[in-house]
Design a protein around this ligand. Structure first.
Ligand code: ADP
Ligand code: SF4
Ligand code: MG
Length: 333
């Protein structure tokens, strides 16, 4: 069995706000195998970005990560590593693509210099790992080659530009080119196509798939769109109210969903709803007030019953790789 590249255990995160603290991630445990793509799916506010930022140690200063949280990256717990050490890991082994590429690109640097820097980081790592002392040649050619592999058009001209002189789609392609240049072992892509128009979205997704396939990188792919998750991932974790409600292979989640929330998400996929003649969106919205010691989805669940309000359901294992958090699946003695 391939080694787990990332193993997150019992991750809970609070944000300090004016009137106290709000808990936005609750005991999230997830693991990712080498070369695997795991999608994190859930509606806005479910904690997806907080999870990504917590793994990369980029959380806002008002966040508090619980003491039980562990994040093993390649077997080493990075939750308490020093900032300088984490900057190194983030610059070389964990690469994040945000919904807004401007968050990652340096506005004051030309594209070729940013890509050159990413390659320099990789070459330094390679020299360190291999003990070789040779300076690599042909950085400019390599920049041109990675730009071609992300289908950026006139790469010579693009290389000279600054991020603000490019479109959103082009900047996401540059982010992918940076990932290709740096070759991290883990890519975390947080809604990388959400801000783009539909056509560009499809192109960027196809490109991400190609990059992952060609490089063997592992990826955590974050999206609110279950259909997109289904098309890109090996496994899918469904997050609701900061808790994993269901996790399984993409095939199981899409063709045999168990949690009523997952079922609702699937019913909301437009093509499926159209086929059945209606758009069955999940009614209401998540409101954390008064949900202690009960199923977080109960106020919106069509199957809610008394017992759902008496306890937080356990995450129950249904098959080797399929888990669900719903009283309907609690194994009774
Ligand atoms: N720095 C912060 N301070 C206070 N609340 C925050 C902060 N960042 C995010 N939140 C809140 O945490 C919850 C989860 O946010 P987020 O992780 O961004 O969810 P998602 O990415 O799934 O939309 C939301 O209710 C959001 O408003
Ligand atoms: S535990 Fe109850 S409320 Fe929660 S998802 Fe299952 S049936 Fe619905
Ligand atoms: Mg988000």
């Amino acid at each position: 069995m391939p080694e787990a590249i990332l193993e997150v255990q019992h991750m809970s995160v609070d944000y300090k706000v004016q009137f106290g603290k709000i808990r936005v991630l609750k005991d999230v445990s997830l693991s990712l195998k080498q070369g695997e793509v795991l999608s994190l799916v859930g509606e806005s506010g479910s904690g997806k970005t907080t999870f990504a930022l917590a793994v990369a140690k980029l959380l806002a200063p008002n966040s508090v990560v619980s003491k039980d949280t562990h994040v093993f990256f390649r077997g080493r717990d990075i939750i308490n590593v020093k900032r300088s050490e984490m900057d190194k890991i983030r610059g070389t082994e964990i690469f994040m693509i945000f919904q807004n590429p401007f968050m990652s690109l340096n506005p004051l640097m030309r594209i070729k210099d940013q890509l050159g820097e990413a390659m320099a980081v990789r070459n330094k790592r390679h020299r360190r790992d291999s003990g070789e002392n040779k300076e690599p040649k042909g950085v400019e050619e390599e920049i041109s080659s990675v730009l071609k592999s992300v289908r950026i058009g006139d790469s010579k001209e693009i290389m000279e530009r600054y991020p603000h002189q490019l479109s959103g789609g082009q900047n996401q392609r540059i982010m992918l080119a940076m990932a290709l240049a740096e070759r991290p072992s883990l890519l975390i892509a947080d809604e990388p196509s959400t801000a783009l128009d539909v056509t560009t979205q499809a192109q960027v997704l196809a490109l991400i798939k190609e990059v992952i396939k060609n490089t063997g990188m592992s990826m955590i792919f974050i999206t609110h769109d279950l259909a997109i998750a289904g098309s890109i991932s090996d496994r899918i974790a469904v997050l609701y109210g900061g808790m994993v409600q269901e996790i399984g292979t993409a095939k199981d989640i899409l063709s045999d969903p168990k949690h009523p929330y997952t079922v609702g998400l699937i019913e909301s996929i437009p093509s499926k709803s159209k086929k059945e003649g209606h758009l069955e969106a999940i009614k209401g919205s998540y409101n954390p007030v008064g949900l202690e010691n009960m199923c977080l989805f109960a106020p919106r669940c069509p199957l809610a019953q008394g017992i759902c309000r008496e306890q937080v359901p356990e995450l129950v294992r249904l098959q080797s790789d399929h888990y669900v958090r719903c009283v309907n699946y609690v194994v009774k003695n």
